[in-house]
Design a protein around this ligand. Structure first.
Ligand code: FAD
Length: 483
């Protein structure tokens, strides 16, 4: 019999948890769980209060579920990654751990921590095993013909689907109940005290709730996803992002269930499923995070970005944050974020484009603000989304394209239902005026308790095109000078 430790990180679940599965492989071994919180580092990385509460609530739930399997989950709060390593050394010695199992994390500090940890624990004679769990295939298996990370999504997608055809990844079942340890209840300390308040109606707590949400989405929404996904008022997306980003459910599990409901495995389903396409965008951004460690340092993937003279307008930035720009669709999106900690994808695209291209405010500021408010904040996806919108990442929107908030509003919230839900000040504005409420107030001579647009769209468009063109030229010139 050996003592195995499963170190839970971004994978707070029992279903399809690779490291947990391997830790429980032999029925004879004793298995202990550990979660190490790093609140100081979470704050340094702008993790939102909502996401912290979401994680803690799921830890409490995970502890309960693990106990049913006779596995105790311990908790430790560390000051930083070095302290985590020291604690692990102490913990492994105290509990006579022989084997440590964990799923990989891909941010640069986490990767450096794991290298050091492996060295230190190996020196003590421990066996350490890490697993790729958060992505479909390891980065080594998804490279282009030059053995490099894919920079174009379509080619990345083809490669992943080819690999899925050749080798469907396994979904691991919930481990079997283990033999009870006679001291289990004396060793157990409940994590209930960690509970923090957040609105559990929108994002209920528990792995089972995440699975139910997935099933419900597959039963009622997935067939219309492609045609409805861009309309925020329709609530036609899965809203699974908080669960995926904290590892309450895995993307493999989503794939397996999709194949199950479609009742067969064919690459055609994977190629044509609009929803699975989004899951693959998630995977793409994780592969970029692994392939380009500078993402973890908030650097842009295109070099000319450093020539953009960002504008430091605090008034504009605050108006954007508070949802008071005078552009209803932007403001409704930002207020959705501020209230729920979640924003519809179309609105994330429009609001981020507005900050970067209309206000010319550095995308890093927007990225940080999103992170500090999102319940699904995820470095790979958030950074990927922001670099996409700012046209400074891989396979981003072309640099000369921007979203016109008025057109977007008319197309994606035609009746203004979404806008009215989040901007009550505009409740009485007739629907056909909702996208430009000040036109109505002027015509009717009614005073609106809603700000005037903070910029003129056409002027800002011209300024943006000039600024980005000049930045690219300046960078080219600089390169030529060095050649
Ligand atoms: P669904 O439409 O049901 O999609 C299913 C899953 O696919 C999502 O849960 C998500 O994991 C993935 N996905 C969907 N759209 C995208 C996308 N555009 N890029 C990558 N993966 C995607 N998503 C996060 O989870 N965390 C973030 O911090 C985050 N920040 C973003 C910032 C910006 C500027 C932009 C443009 C997008 C960001 N996204 C982020 C991606 C996307 O907006 C959300 O994943 C999506 O809105 C979540 O809603 P859903 O679960 O209903 O998605």
């Amino acid at each position: 019999m050996q003592n195995n430790l499963i170190w839970f990180r971004n994978d707070l679940r029992l279903h399809d948890n690779t490291a947990l599965h391997h830790a429980c492989n032999s029925n004879e071994d004793k298995v202990i769980g550990l979660f190490i919180a790093t609140p100081k580092q979470w704050s340094e990385h702008s993790m939102s209060q909502k996401k912290k509460s979401f994680i803690y609530s799921h830890l409490i739930s995970l502890q309960k579920e693990l106990l049913k399997l006779n596995i105790i989950l311990y908790y430790y709060e560390s000051t930083d990654f070095l302290n985590s390593i020291e604690y692990l050394l102490y913990f492994c010695e105290k509990h006579k751990i022989k084997n440590l199992f964990y799923n990989y994390q891909y941010e640069i500090n986490e990767r450096n921590r794991d290298v050091l940890l492996k060295k230190k624990l190996s020196e003590k004679g421990l066996f350490i095993k890490g697993f790729h769990d958060n992505i479909f295939f390891s980065e080594k298996k998804i490279k282009n013909h030059k053995n490099e990370t894919y920079k174009v999504f379509t080619f990345f997608k083809k490669k992943v689907i080819k690999n899925l055809n050749d080798n469907i990844p396994q979904c691991f079942p919930v481990p079997l109940k283990r033999k009870p340890d006679k001291d289990i209840f004396s060793m157990f300390t409940s994590l209930k005290h960690l509970s923090l308040h957040f609105d559990k109606n929108i994002f209920p707590v528990g792995e089972k709730k995440a699975i139910d949400r997935l099933k419900n989405f597959y039963m009622h929404k997935i067939d219309d996803y492609a045609s409805k996904r861009n309309f925020p008022f329709l609530e036609s997306t899965s809203m699974l992002s908080p669960y995926l980003s904290s590892g309450i459910i895995s993307s493999r599990y989503c794939l397996m269930m999709l194949l199950k409901i479609k009742n067969n495995f064919s690459s055609n389903i994977l190629l044509t499923s609009s929803w699975f396409n989004q899951i693959l965008w998630r995977d793409f951004y994780y592969h970029l995070l692994i392939g380009f460690p500078k993402i973890s340092k908030f650097q842009a993937l295109v070099a000319w970005e450093e020539e953009i003279p960002w504008v430091n307008n605090i008034k504009h930035f605050n108006a954007w944050k508070e949802g008071c720009t005078g552009f209803p669709i932007i403001d409704a999106g930002m207020r959705q974020l501020n209230q729920l900690g979640w924003m519809h994808n179309r609105l994330r695209m429009i609001t981020s484009s507005f900050l970067v291209k209309n206000l010319l405010i550095n995308w890093r500021k927007g990225e940080k603000y999103f992170m500090s408010n999102l319940i699904d904040g995820d470095l790979a996806l958030n950074n990927g989304g922001w670099q996409w919108s700012a046209s400074v990442g891989c396979d981003s929107v072309p640099y000369f394209r921007m979203f016109n908030p008025l057109n977007q509003s008319i197309i994606f919230d035609i009746s203004g239902n979404f806008i009215k839900k989040f901007i009550p000040e505009l409740k009485y504005v007739p629907n056909h005026y909702i996208h430009e409420p000040h036109k109505w107030s002027k015509e009717k001579n009614i005073k609106l308790d809603y700000p005037l647009p903070i910029i003129n769209y056409n002027d800002s468009r011209k300024k943006f095109l000039l600024t980005f063109n000049q930045a690219r030229l300046k960078f080219k010139k600089r390169l030529n000078t060095y050649e």
